[in-house]
Design a protein around this ligand. Sequence first.
Ligand code: ATP
Length: 366
Amino acid sequence: MTDQTAPAVEVRNLSKSYGDFVALKDVNLTIAAGEYFVLLGPSGGGKTTLLRTIGGFQRPTSGEILLHGKSVGHLPPDKRPTTMVFQAYALFPHMTVLQNVGYGLKVAGLPKAQIAEKVDQALEQVGLKQFEKRKPHELSGGQQQRVQLARAIVLDRDILLLDEPLAALDAQLRKDMCLELKHLQEKVGITFIHVTHNQEEAMTVADRIALIATGDLVEVGRARDIYRAPEKSFTAGFVGENNILKGKALEVNGTAATVDVAGSKLRIDTRGLLVQAGQELILSIRSECVALEHAEGAEPPADGMSIMGSYDESVYLGLTTSHLVRLPDGTEMISRVIADADETLPQNGAPVRLHWKPSDIRMHIQ
Ligand code: ATP
């Protein structure tokens, strides 16, 4: 019996090596039942390895995986409550929707009447009842995905593993299908674990995101927290368009530190991090949180939340314009603002002031 009150997935101290190469290092992770969970990170980071290990296609080198509270180390993929969706179009082309969905039950030897009933219920659930006689090539990509989901439902698999399910699609279709996947998951309510290296895709579908890079689970959080308030500098560099600045703590006073960045003294909340004077730090601030103003003849700011630089160039991106500014130490910063066609841009090399709200700049130890 599986424990339906337990988390859908618990990964405990999981490591995986291929020969000498360590692909996953001591990963710990809990995924709640009914959650849409995304594994996000750069290529080669270990996302697929983690997904395949959860699905039973690979054995961990050490550590344990529990599905619905039950250790599954000894179980092959077809005995786990998981189904792997390899890509968007992995259906039998010569079979109808009805046959595609019923296939797994037929192989399992279920009586025909029972198959018909289960398939009917699953097609109802994914909204494909009226398409049951069609073949895959007569369906849209989103409908084909729903057929795959129905196949998992009839087999009572309630953890769907999706490895880059939208990678083969062009940008517009990818956006549409992302939303479709999200709505489908909400409607059906089973657990989705979705691997992608595309942050926009991750943000669209995820309840929570785990950042995975070089075999480490870097950070886990709700999509908006990962974006707005990343804990780690790696996350800040990977998600959104963050300015990453190097600084040195000059003075620490309670929860505020004065940090030298390219000769300017900035006031930064330590967020409970243990910081000492003299320590090297990384700061991050998203480009859309940085405002820019002309500063010809202005004194260097002393407010702790702005920095002087020289204007480099602007990149017009339609909805927004990115202004590139060079700090005295050569670091480049970006201020991204809603595009204004009538704006007078500073001359190349002109002094400008970049400023922000104190709560928008974040400190990271590494
Ligand atoms: P991608 O987004 O490119 O698919 P990923 O984050 O899913 O990347 P994995 O496929 O899990 O990464 O691979 C992690 C690392 O393990 C990579 O460096 C990869 O080359 C290596 N690796 C994966 N499978 C094997 C294998 N069977 N034998 C040896 N090395 C492997």
